[in-house]
Write a protein that binds this ligand. Structure first.
Ligand code: SAM
Ligand code: DTB
Ligand code: SF4
Length: 347
């Protein structure tokens, strides 16, 4: 049967072999993009892009040693550290993001893992941002099973936790936790009923086999992450990875295209690094299958394109912001919350 006549369900697989992933990376660029774009159109409106806004709710002073990160306390990047923000301030920022068109609000905190007492105000933030009619996402580091359940019960729609690179290359980038720790948190998040946002960074000196292995790990999870952020390393002076050679733009686009093919129903986010990309490179990423961005002048601590520039780019490409995802994430979260309540009542 010709691929175009296969039912869309046939595209969904969790049993990809490493050989298949390598073969995708080895395709000529046009063949790869033709395939990823065709698949993209089968599963998504090719002219709609999901729009999220990020806010750093607790900045810097992180004990971890992630070599790319300006928020690690170990590097001298001149970053101003900030304690956990007040709920009111966060809600005001979320309202601003909603009014400028974002449908999801992602709250990031520079923790290795939050303490239970840190979660209390964060839970208030989640509830208040959700009450604005936005989807909520948080990225707070490693979570215990109980913490994930608490966040799910509060109504958190998504949890972001990146594997960042391949299991093999991981130790070259981070030594204060291991790859398996990340997978454990991802399992807690999934089991609690939240949607998973998980991806990685390109441009840290990794090879194509590492990129392939990273995507293979994501695409062979029991369920694909609903959201797959592909970040291009933002080089920050003072971090150990500062001064690395920039990744070839076509090699970066290849990662987006392979992610699209391996995980056809996931939103693939053209994530950090857009401020350093040309409009043409971003357009190619959307063609290859990227259908989500961070919108707003700041990522967590580094710059993102100006909103006006993004609006112009969308208009030039005929791209629309995707409407709020018809509540299916919420249904999951509500079911998990109910289950959590029932379990609690039973004990
Ligand atoms: N501390 C939590 C954690 O590590 O999971 C949450 C915040 S952390 C900043 C979230 C993600 O941002 C990291 O996993 C990494 O993928 C991405 N990130 C951090 N610094 C980056 C940089 N300089 N360039 C690209 N992505 C970066
Ligand atoms: C993700 O994959 N990228 C975002 C979000 N998830 C939390 C963070 C990018 C951070 C870039 C560096 C900074 O601004 O500090
Ligand atoms: Fe800390 Fe997260 Fe940055 Fe690593 S990526 S140093 S855990 S804030």
């Amino acid at each position: 049967m010709h691929a175009a006549t296969l039912p869309a369900d046939h595209d969904m697989r969790n049993d990809w072999s490493m050989a298949e992933v390598h073969a995708l990376f080895a395709l000529p660029f046009n063949d790869l993009l033709f395939r990823s774009h065709a698949l993209h159109r089968r599963h998504f409106d090719p002219n709609a892009v999901q729009v999220s806004t990020l806010l750093s709710i607790k900045t810097g002073a992180c004990p971890e040693d992630c070599k790319y990160c300006p928020q690690s306390a170990r590097y001298h990047t001149g970053l101003k550290t900030e304690k956990l923000m007040h709920v009111k301030e966060v809600v005001a920022q979320a309202e601003r993001a909603r009014d400028s068109g974002a449908t999801r609000f992602c709250m990031g905190a520079a923790y290795r893992s939050p303490r239970d007492q840190d979660l209390e105000p964060i839970i208030e933030m989640v509830k208040a941002v959700r009450a604005l009619g936005m989807e909520t996402c948080a990225t707070l580091g490693m979570l215990t099973r109980a913490q994930a359940q608490k966040l799910a019960a509060a109504g958190l729609d998504y949890y972001n936790h990146n594997i960042d690179t391949s299991a093999e290359y991981y130790g070259k980038i981070i030594t204060t936790r291991c790859f398996q720790d990340r997978l454990d948190t991802l399992r807690h998040v999934r089991d609690a009923g939240m949607q998973v946002c998980c991806g990685g960074i390109i441009g840290m000196g990794e090879g194509v086999p590492d990129r392939a292995a990273m995507l293979h790990t994501l695409a062979t999870l029991p369920e694909h992450p609903e959201s797959v952020p592909i970040n291009r390393l933002v080089q920050v002076e003072g971090t150990p990875l500062y001064g690395r050679a920039d990744v070839d733009p076509f090699d970066f686009i290849r990662v987006i295209a392979v992610a699209r093919i391996l995980m056809p129903r996931s939103h693939v986010r053209l994530s950090a690094g857009r401020a350093q990309m040309s409009d043409e490179m971003q357009a190619l990423a959307f063609f290859a299958g990227a259908n989500s961005i961070f919108y707003g002048e700041k990522l967590l601590t580094t710059e993102n394109p100006q909103q006006a520039a993004d609006r112009r780019l969308f208009a030039r490409l005929g791209i629309r912001a995707e409407p709020h995802a018809a509540g299916d994430g919420r249904a999951n979260v509500d079911a998990a919350a109910e289950e959590h309540e029932q379990r609690r009542a039973a004990t």
